[in-house]
Design a protein around this ligand. Structure first.
Ligand SMILES: Nc1ncnc2c1ncn2[C@@H]1O[C@H](COP(=O)(O)OP(=O)(O)O)[C@@H](O)[C@H]1O
Ligand SMILES: [Mg+2]
Length: 487
């Protein structure tokens, strides 16, 4: 039914500024953190693997060196051990002690007594239990000596053994150096990786940032916004696509604007023409009647009783002229709404009182009111009174033989619904889409401005009229008003 359309625009939520985001939520941050993490993990694994391999190699080499040194001691001390030549045995241990990685060296006879030792006070004493640790060493973290035992054999007979302790200090130092170098490489990889990721991200995000700014400009109405195409890669293709899209948008928008201007101008001219024709048409009949009456009144032969009748015609026709002009004036000089918070009920009651006095319908219309308990809302009382008068009169004019007019105020969540229901003639389907147009009337003495005035006033209140009707059964017209907010 309704020939007015409501256009709703959802404003886009304000874009969060890039720099207000936590680092992890930006593309640049994610790229840098991911690349840095990958570098650190890879270099960490690589370093750990290198240190582990080097440590095994160094330990094996140390064991080998220890074994050959112990074998040398065995060879050098076999005869002296048989001859129990303590001086020669002492010479062997002294020479062994010259090596800086040797912690101790001892030669023990078959009974387990120490014959020569690099350690003070051990000669002549039992060697004690011997712990040999060539496979697993050091035995404990605190133990920094590798202990080796090598038997002195004549044929298959053991005539004694040598004990050799090698210090693991050098080994630990070498491993620590490798570990430190590994850490340095990890840090270097971290720095290089982050810088590379940053450079990459700058290229990518700069393009994205430009695209975002341009899209925002277009969103704000500047359809001339474009981005610079810097490269032939995916980012370049995207920028190119964006520019093509923006250009097409701009072309279409210009086209629509041109069309709109043309149409508005045509509509305006048609409206002016329609209005002029309508005014001429409306004014013509009363004017003709007035001119004729004036001629008659000027006729000296006019009878006294005819004189009274002509005077009556002059009065009714001039008040009809006045009504037509009043309607036109209300339509063309509608004031801007001054919206206040007020009760709707007293205004409705007062307006019913006004229209009830119209002698054309006096006593034939039964008014029925259903009000919400609290009906305070926001409106311009003078303009809404005008709306109610126009709608009440339309309903009453649709019930020339009398009828029932119901006014309903219904409170919604945020708005107050106002409905006016009559059981009059109803509106024929074929004129339904035209009744809100200015100067369209379905009645002989109508001006066709009542509903136009209503629509314009309601538009100032952020609402529109909705009409449902069934020919022969009646009509319901409704609109809503903003409820008074609690705050
Ligand atoms: N309640 C109603 N019942 C039947 N017809 C209606 C009703 N309200 C409006 N109309 C139709 O809409 C037309 C336009 O109404 P309006 O703009 O007020 O102009 P006017 O009352 O001067 O004709 C009316 O002439 C009438 O045909
Ligand atoms: Mg009307």
């Amino acid at each position: 039914m309704n020939d007015s359309a409501t256009l709703s625009v959802n404003p886009a939520p304000p874009a969060r500024e890039r720099w207000a985001l936590p680092v992890w939520h930006t593309l640049r941050g994610r790229l840098i953190i991911s690349v840095a993490l990958v570098h650190v993990v890879l270099m960490g694994l690589f370093t750990w693997e290198a240190v582990d391999r080097q440590s095994q190699e160094l330990r094996q080499e140390m064991v080998n060196q220890g074994r050959s040194l112990a074998s040398l001691m065995v060879v050098a001390s076999t005869n002296a051990l048989l001859a129990e030549d303590l001086a020669s045995l002492a010479e062997v241990t002294r020479r062994v002690a010259e090596r800086e990685d040797v912690a101790y060296g001892e030669i023990v006879d078959v009974r387990g007594f120490v014959m020569a030792s690099t350690r003070e006070g051990r000669v002549g004493r039992p060697a004690g239990p011997v712990i040999e640790s060539s496979e697993l060493f050091p035995l404990a973290e605190s133990d920094s000596v590798l202990d080796l035992r090598e038997a002195v054999l004549i044929g298959d007979t053991e005539v004694g053994f040598v004990l050799l302790g090698l210090s693991t200090g050098n080994l630990e130092r070498a491993l620590a150096a490798t570990r430190n170098r590994g850490i340095q490489y990890i840090l270097l990889a971290l720095v290089i990786g982050s810088v590379a990721a940053w450079l990459l991200s700058v290229t990518v995000t700069r393009n994205l940032h430009e695209l975002t700014l341009a899209a925002k400009q277009i969103g704000d109405g500047d359809l001339g916004a474009r981005v610079r195409v810097r490269s032939q890669d995916e980012a370049g293709t995207l920028a190119l696509g964006f520019n093509l899209m923006a250009a097409s948008l701009q072309r279409n928008s210009r086209e629509i604007e041109r069309e709109h201007r043309k149409r508005t101008e045509a509509e305006r001219l048609a409206c002016v023409g329609e209005m002029a024709a309508s005014i001429a048409h409306e004014i013509r009949n009363p004017m003709v009647a007035l001119i004729n009456s004036a001629k008659l009144l000027g006729d000296p032969k006019l009878e006294a009783e005819d004189h009274a009748e002509v005077a009556h015609i002059v009065e009714t026709e001039s008040s009809r002229l006045q009504r037509i002009l009043d309607d036109f004036l209300t339509f063309s000089r509608l004031p801007t709404a001054r919206i206040v918070s007020a009760d709707l009920e007293p205004l409705v009651t007062e307006t019913i009182g006004l229209v009830r006095q119209d002698p054309r319908y006096a006593g034939r219309i039964a008014f029925e009111c259903r009000y919400a308990e609290n009906n305070r809302c926001r409106f311009d009382p003078d303009l809404i009174r005008q709306v109610l008068i126009n709608l009440f009169l339309n309903a009453m004019q649709a019930m020339p033989a009398g009828g029932r007019l119901m006014i309903r105020l219904q409170r919604g969540e945020r708005r107050m619904g106002v409905s006016i229901v009559d059981n009059g003639s109803g509106i024929p389907e074929r004129i339904m889409s035209q009744i809100s147009r200015p100067f369209f009337t379905g009645r002989k003495d109508g001006t066709g401005l009542g509903l136009s005035v209503v629509q314009r006033i309601l538009a100032q209140h952020g609402t529109a009229l909705s009409i449902t009707s069934q020919e022969g059964a009646g009509t319901e017209v409704s609109f809503d008003l903003e409820l008074e907010s609690d705050g």
